[in-house]
Design a protein around this ligand. Structure first.
Ligand SMILES: Cc1cc2nc3c(=O)[nH]c(=O)nc-3n(C[C@H](O)[C@H](O)[C@H](O)COP(=O)(O)OP(=O)(O)OC[C@H]3O[C@@H](n4cnc5c(N)ncnc54)[C@H](O)[C@@H]3O)c2cc1C
Length: 452
């Protein structure tokens, strides 16, 4: 990383989160001078909040472990989840890139991947995680620090884009003046922290918690709109249906997958809880106070009591958040919900599980609950917005008439992702796929078209 005062750059990247760090590295590795501008005083953005893992198909690690998977299968999983609402070419281009993203992270950032199961719509083992206690952006920024072609300026918010008469983008305005470059990549994240944009595009998310990054104020989207860029799927967001409170505390989705259920204040179930996260999140948004109670039994508690990070059930138990009781009625009393309702729900659950078929929501339950029982109050949170500027599969920003705004790219939360129009289209991992995948593609394409 260079410490230069004079700025001569081929490419300016706006935002030092997952997308921006990846785009900067891809460009710099090809010998191009990159200026990375970040409005806060450190790298990471919302990407540093995500769990320790990416989804990738066709990676070297998968091949070493002889895991049958590929970009085509991954694209099918995404399109099935979003009901074919995402751009098919963009979706396929990102899944084709996902394996290269994983290989790049191994080669450049030294990440040793382990591959685990992750269901909820993924048709293959493609969850690539790591043991080290680091975020993905820790790895990426360490690599940026070793890269002589990248200059980084923190505490430098980009205010607007500069254009020449024909519409080509030529630079950016900052509080210190205008900086010019031949290509500009918008990687400034989504708009979960902008009350103004949420009110305009996703009113139902205005009053739910946003545990993401404070820099996600939609600056890149606003800058794109100001020069005629088109947007798409602006009402889409990823709800997290088992949020507990600040500090990223949330019940892991695996609790529901192992047999956990959600009930309302009447003690009644309201959805197939394995429709994670969107199907469950949508139903929770309809509940009074957008609140539910996640219930499990001793078997499930023991399975997840030592889950990693801030998700372990024993931590919630010790903190007095996860409550325990010998009977459903006692648990309902402790949670201040309807006792008869919860008792009936657990009876129905047990009848259905013992019968081996599907329950009223179409869910096959693993086995009857056996006390003691556990319950925790949860709410639905906004994890990230998924709509954004319309882009080509290489991240070039488009106008409403389909023409390309010359020299301008967008990725991650600034660009429309691959989760479709609403809340149900998010397949876990789509956020980082759009961030790292489009970052890689935009960085590569910007370099390849520098002299065009
Ligand atoms: C708690 C939580 C958990 C999540 N878990 C997952 C997960 O497991 N898997 C998954 O796929 N997704 C997950 N997501 C979503 C995922 O984190 C985002 O989709 C992704 O990180 C967006 O990346 P990005 O690169 O677009 O933006 P960011 O990583 O947010 O980076 C944007 C950067 O741009 C900076 N910036 C903003 N405006 C300006 C400006 N005007 N000038 C200069 N810099 C600017 C910001 O300060 C920030 O540093 C999670 C989100 C949350 C909140």
């Amino acid at each position: 990383m260079q410490e230069l005062d004079s700025v001569v750059s081929d490419i300016i990247v706006i935002g030092a989160g997952g997308c921006g760090l990846m785009a900067a590295l891809m460009a710099a590795k090809k010998g191009v001078r990159v200026l990375l501008l970040e409005k806060t005083d450190k790298p990471g953005g919302g990407t540093a909040f995500s769990s320790k893992g990416i989804r990738a198909a066709g990676s070297r690690r998968q091949r070493e472990l002889k895991i049958a998977d590929g970009p085509e299968l991954y694209a099918q999983d995404i399109l099935r989840r979003n009901n074919n609402e995402s751009d098919v070419v963009l979706t396929k281009r990102l899944t084709e890139t996902s394996g290269r993203v994983a290989d790049f992270l191994t080669d450049m950032a030294g990440i040793e991947f382990q591959i685990g199961e992750f269901a909820f719509g993924h048709g293959a083992q493609r969850s690539h995680s790591w043991k080290a206690d680091k975020t993905i952006t820790d790895f990426l920024f360490e690599t940026v620090e070793r890269e002589k072609n990248i200059q980084v300026r923190f505490s430098t918010p980009v205010l607007s884009l500069q254009q020449e008469t024909g519409g080509a983008v030529t630079g950016v305005a900052t509080k210190d003046g205008v900086l010019t470059a031949r290509k500009i990549i918008l990687a400034s994240g989504g708009f979960g922290a902008s009350a103004e944009l949420l009110a305009r595009y996703i009113p139902k998310a205005v009053d739910i918690p946003f545990p993401g990054h404070h820099g996600s104020t939609g600056d890149g989207i606003k800058m794109g709109l100001a020069i005629g860029a088109a947007t798409e799927n602006m009402g889409a967001f990823q709800p997290y249906p088992a949020y507990i409170g600040p500090g990223k505390r949330a019940v892991a989705p695996e609790v529901a997958l192992s047999g956990g259920i959600m009930v309302d204040a009447g003690g009644k179930r309201f959805v197939d809880e394995t429709r994670y996260p969107g199907g469950l999140g949508i139903k929770m948004l309809e509940l009074p106070g957008k609140q539910a109670y996640e219930i499990c039994d001793e078997r499930i508690y023991q399975l997840h009591r030592n889950a990693p990070g801030l998700r372990n059930l024993s931590g919630f138990f010790d903190a007095g958040l996860l409550l325990k009781a010998d009977t459903p009625e006692q648990l309902a009393g402790r949670l201040a919900i309807d006792a008869e309702g919860l008792k009936r729900t657990i009876q129905e659950y047990n009848d259905s599980a013992a019968g081996g078929g599907k329950d009223a929501f179409g869910r096959a339950l693993p086995q009857p609950f056996q006390g003691p029982f556990y319950g925790i109050k949860v709410t639905v949170a906004l994890y990230h917005t998924q709509g954004g500027l319309k882009v080509t599969p290489d991240g070039q920003v488009l106008r409403a008439d389909g023409s390309i705004i010359p020299n301008l790219y967008a990725g991650g939360g600034v660009a429309v992702g691959v989760s479709g129009k609403g809340l149900e289209g998010y397949l876990p991992g789509n956020g980082l796929l759009a961030s790292l995948g489009l970052g890689m593609r935009a960085g590569e394409h910007a370099v390849a078209s520098l002299d065009k």
